[in-house]
Ligand binder design. Sequence first.
Ligand code: PNS
Length: 161
Amino acid sequence: MRRAACPGSFDPVTNGHIDIIGRAASLFDEVVVAVGVNASKNRLFSAEERMDMLREAVSPWPNVKVDGFSGLLTDFCSERGIGVLVKGLRAVSDFDYELQMAQMNSSLAPVETVFVPTSPEYSFLASSLVKEVATFGGDVSRLVPPHVLSRLTERLASRER
Ligand code: PNS
């Protein structure tokens, strides 16, 4: 079985992530969306919330599962027999860091990284920008699925109170 992981923070999942996950689902028998739960970054959503939103978003693909991991991504891959990481590349600026991570990961475990070019309509999309725009009342309804939009709106409103 060809099994791949799509790793990330997904805080929250965007249409750009979903595009890459869906394309990975057509390339591999099974895709595990691996949600990093390391407490290194300031998150808007908890790991459980991020995974819930992802589960709903990937429901159209029966061969896609969502799981959380802490510690090293390569340990998660080794434990689950995952040999491929699928990463979206938005622009050349993504490449330097992604290449460094790909090489580090393959030095730690037998894991190859496959880069998938982001669809042009999502090349400017990042969870951090979605949160920033939504915080200041901008329209992000074309950038995230409806169930994520409502959670985002709710969370930002509750922070204002
Ligand atoms: O969506 P992000 O924040 O770009 O995702 C980054 C993530 C979670 C994929 C990356 O930080 C990661 O793999 N973290 C786990 C710790 C680890 O394995 N670090 C070594 C990476 S070379």
